[in-house]
Design a protein around this ligand. Structure first.
Ligand code: S3P
Ligand code: PEP
Length: 449
């Protein structure tokens, strides 16, 4: 179980059932979204593997990134995160074994740190939340074994122990990454530190979340590492030092999605400042998705602006590249005026929870006609009603429930504190969004009078 010291402060008011606040007027708000989880955890890992100290600015302060920092500290990395600019100093004499790393429910921690532990001078034990023990790990653990590390595990999932060696050979690896792109990213991030480099070939039928692999390759390039991407399913990395580099983290575009979707839910408008014009984050796909629903979407130097429409359309989307968006998209689809189909996301049965089963169960509990397909969901328009919404410890299930609760009376989440996985204070941000909307409404009505 997670060490209490690792939990972010949770507000007593947010513990226990959380009645999702209703939007008494359309949402009109500007929401500043904290740093990207995916970029923050890659930047931390690359800084730890680099040839000198580096700074990370705008890093996300949330449970997943805190677990990553604690995990790296266990491996001997020094991280000063007492100010907003984190200073990361790699260990002098190589990575240190002998510790236990808590992965919580963080995919990036459980998939990015075992490859680094494989370079350590002793064994590292990995544990996680009970839900984390259901997440796929087998292909990555097999790959570590093929690279020259010993791995002890009873179940092919958490908990397990990686017996590292500083002279890890590496070499050619064949891996089925159809369960998670993070297997590939985790290997590529440390590949240059293997004695023979790494030659990773994906041998599965499908490869989800490809933009996240592109993000890994792009960040490796910035650190002076060339990962030759051969045909999109094979990546070759020469052994080399990893050049230390200061980095600035973009806002988390996937976390922004729930706030932007609030504009569509309530026929209001939301702005997210600092939206990058160019990015490797798959969350950027939300711009096209909300346009498909019928929203007006505009990107300018002030940020991304979304204005909702009275009659949101149904959508037909392949979300394999941006599967993290599925819960928020499914919530919107449930209130759209035509049927929707979401495809290409079978692997999210192995995310924080089985998201297809969870969305089917919770949406139908509120009166929806949602069905799982082999690789996604079909959602037909129905009038929704209030009820209990289970979050299954999944932050994005909480986002979906909160969204529906904006326009459907009496939706109560069993737990909202799970949102601290990637946002330090989602309930506070949600309340602030509604408070801003009330002020906007008052000013607007007064302005018109
Ligand atoms: O590498 C990353 O930062 C991520 C990759 C994706 O994982 P999957 O490929 O398992 O979907 C994504 O869903 C996850 O939220 C973050
Ligand atoms: C799938 C997700 O997270 P993780 O990094 O734990 O895989 C997510 O954030 O939607």
């Amino acid at each position: 179980m997670p060490d209490e010291a690792l939990s972010l402060p949770r507000r007593a008011a947010d513990e226990g059932p959380w009645p999702a606040p209703i939007a008494t007027e359309p949402v009109h708000a500007t929401i500043v979204v904290p740093g990207s989880k995916s970029e923050t955890n890659r930047a931390l890992v690359l800084a730890a593997l680099s040839d000198g100290p580096s700074r990370i600015s705008g890093g996300l302060e949330a449970r997943d990134t805190r677990l990553m920092r604690e995990g790296l500290r266990t491996l001997g990395v020094t991280i000063d995160d007492s100010t907003d600019d984190w200073l990361v100093t790699p260990p002098d004499g190589g990575f240190r074994g002998g510790g236990t790393i808590d992965c919580g429910l963080a995919g990036t921690v459980m998939r990015f740190l075992p490859p680094i532990a494989a370079l350590a001078d002793g064994p590292t034990h990995f544990v996680g939340d009970p839900e984390a023990e259901k997440r796929p790990m087998g292909p990555l653990l097999d790959a570590l074994y093929d690279m020259g590390a010993e791995v002890s595990t009873d179940t092919d999932s958490l908990p397990f122990t990686v017996h590292g060696r500083p002279d890890l050979p590496g070499g050619p690896i064949r891996i089925d990454a159809s369960g998670s792109s993070q297997f590939v990213s985790g290997l590529l991030l440390m590949g240059a530190r293997c004695a023979r480099g790494l030659d990773v070939e994906h041998i599965g039928e499908t490869l989800p979340s490809r933009p996240h692999i592109d993000m890994t390759v792009a960040m490796l390039n910035e650190h002076g590492i060339r990962a030759f991407d051969e045909g999109g399913t094979r990546w070759c990395i020469e052994p080399s030092r990893i050049v230390a580099l200061d980095s600035v983290i973009e806002p988390d575009l996937t976390n922004a999605a729930v706030f932007l979707a609030a504009a569509v839910m309530t026929v209001g408008s939301v702005t997210v400042p600092g939206w990058p014009f160019e990015t490797n984050q798959p969350g950027d796909r939300i711009r096209q998705i909300l346009t498909d629903f019928g929203a007006e979407v505009r990107l300018d130097s002030d940020g991304l602006h979304v204005t909702g429409t009275m009659h949101p359309r149904g959508v037909d989307l392949d979300l394999s590249d941006a599967s993290e968006l599925t819960p928020v998209v499914a919530a919107l689809a449930a209130i759209a005026h035509q049927s929707s189909t979401i495809r290409g996301v079978g692997h999210i049965r192995g995310h924080e929870t089985d998201r297809l089963a969870a969305l089917e169960a919770e949406l139908n509990e509120l009166g929806s006609a949602t069905h799982q397909t082999e690789d996604g969901l079909s959602i037909a328009p129905r009038m929704l009603h209030g009820g209990d919404w289970h979050t299954y410890a999944d932050h994005r299930m909480a986002h979906a429930g909160a969204l529906i609760g904006l326009i459907v009376d009496d939706v109560t989440l069993d737990d909202v504190t799970c949102t601290s996985k990637t946002l330090p204070d989602f309930p506070g941000m949600w309340r602030m969004m509604l408070e801003q909307s009330a002020v906007w409404s008052e000013q607007n009505v007064n302005g018109e009078a």
